[in-house]
Write a protein of this length. Structure first.
Length: 449
């Protein structure tokens, strides 16, 4: 049964909420990959293993973030051709996106394996953490193609309004990952290598499922192996939108390697506390990220259908929903934060550092809503350059300058943590100003031509 869905008519808030909920659940399960890894090693291996898996996250995000940005570009192009009902160009866009994924997947496998040791040293990774971090990254990047293929396939399905089937595949693969984590670590005593292999197997399975679905479809977005190639015009359009988003995500993640370095100097307990809390942090911001992705698809489809007014109303609705949900989650986090942190580790020092991060971040989560929703809407309109420039300035330049000079006067982990909310607030203010100035409308050139 075809589950594609147009967002160009009907209730705006229902379109966004109904699209976001499966996407949110899917993102939760995808986040469970690394979170379950951390929980298992933190409880059954030790705090050094927890610190190792956590410190790998920034490196993974740096390389994977670049590809995720490109998949956003592919999703926008596909959503606009879907909204315009242009089956020929939709077909070309889908096959270009898959071919691009296969090529980049091979490149990223080798780049990730080769660069990981250098980046770990650059982050001042302690000697007691280094062996496990290096091993985890080598295995993870050996299977990175599976993750990339799944995410591009899911981006294609989301672009045509189907956020349910990617969710089903993620639930399945997340369950597999969890079971294999426990079996490899507890039964076979494989340690950090066990959770890495479990992740690899689960990612490959999710890729097989989504590609099989697209290959068996009877719709215009069906994948036909002999048609896989890079269509120059499609590839150019995807890069125009996706490259800025990819650069923004990867450079921001790279800057977090410096932040990780500031955390690492406080020792493995601080690293484990940071690792524990960042897992919680990623779950808290998942709703706004899911709504942001929904707004990108909503804006893309409606601009494809030439309905600018409906696209703008969708952005406003997305913002209101995300603020309400985020404030509610922030309140829950302050009430139950210590109990949630204890899931990762019972170590007193680890919990102490985790609570420092929790109390610093939680009052400011609402600020993330503005920069995520406006950035998502602008990308849906085909304007990725403004979000890229603004986010890079706030999350990289401003944050690193703040940390560099601030730590000269405040040798405190609290100050390191506070650099994040400062960046969120500045970024939201600048993106809101840009959006309401309307420059993106004046230079609006729809991807559909």
């Amino acid at each position: 049964m075809d589950e594609s869905k147009t967002m160009t008519r009907g209730s705006i808030w229902k379109s966004i909420v109904y699209f976001s909920i499966p996407l949110l659940i899917g993102n939760v399960f995808q986040q469970l990959y690394n979170t379950v890894d951390s929980i298992v090693v933190g409880n059954y291996v030790g705090k050094e293993a927890l610190a190792a898996v956590g410190s790998c996250t920034v490196i993974i995000n740096m390389l994977v973030g670049f590809f995720m940005g490109l998949s956003t570009g592919a999703s926008v192009v596909i959503s606009q051709y879907y909204g315009a009902n242009d089956h020929k160009k939709l077909h070309d866009a889908v096959h270009t996106s898959i071919m691009m994924t296969l090529i980049l997947g091979v490149i990223m496998t080798f780049v990730g394996i080769l660069l990981s040791p250098t980046l770990l040293n650059f982050m001042k990774t302690p000697a007691d953490v280094m062996p496990n971090s290096s091993l985890y990254l080598k295995i993870y990047f050996a299977g990175i193609l599976g993750l990339m293929v799944y995410n591009m396939g899911a981006a294609i399905l989301r672009a045509i309004g189907d956020s349910k089937r990617p969710l089903y595949f993620l639930i399945f693969s997340s369950i597999v990952n969890t079971i294999l984590d426990l079996v490899f670590v507890i039964v076979f005593d494989m340690g950090v290598a066990g959770v890495a292999w479990a992740t690899l197997v689960a990612q490959v399975l999710s890729a097989i499922l989504v590609i099989t679905l697209l290959a068996k479809s009877k719709e215009a977005y069906k994948i036909i192996l002999k048609d896989l190639r890079l269509h120059k015009d499609m590839f150019t359009k995807m890069l125009k939108i996706g490259l800025p988003a990819g650069l923004q995500q990867s450079i921001t993640a790279f800057s977090n390697i410096f932040v990780q370095g500031y955390v690492n100097v406080f020792g493995s307990s601080a690293m484990a506390g940071w690792s524990s809390y960042t897992k919680i942090d990623q779950f808290v911001i998942l709703p706004v990220q899911s709504i942001s992705l929904a707004s990108t698809t909503f804006v893309g489809q409606n601009l494809g259908a030439k309905d600018v007014d409906r696209a703008k109303k969708g952005t406003k609705t997305s913002l209101m929903i995300s603020i309400g949900v985020t404030i509610f989650l922030s309140i829950l986090l302050n009430i139950f934060g210590n109990q949630v942190l204890s899931i990762f580790s019972q170590d007193a020092d680890v919990l102490k550092y985790g609570n420092i991060f929790l109390r610093t971040f939680s009052p400011f989560y609402f600020a993330i809503c503005f920069n995520q929703i406006y950035a998502g809407a602008l990308r849906g309109a085909g304007d990725s350059n403004a979000p890229m420039v603004i986010m890079l300035f706030c999350f990289v330049v401003f944050r690193q300058i703040t940390l560099f000079f601030g730590t000269q006067f405040f040798s405190s982990i609290n100050f390191v943590a506070f650099s994040y909310p400062l960046g969120w607030i500045l970024c939201s203010a600048l993106l809101a100003y840009y959006y309401y100035k309307g420059k993106w409308q004046k230079k609006l050139n729809s991807v559909v031509d």
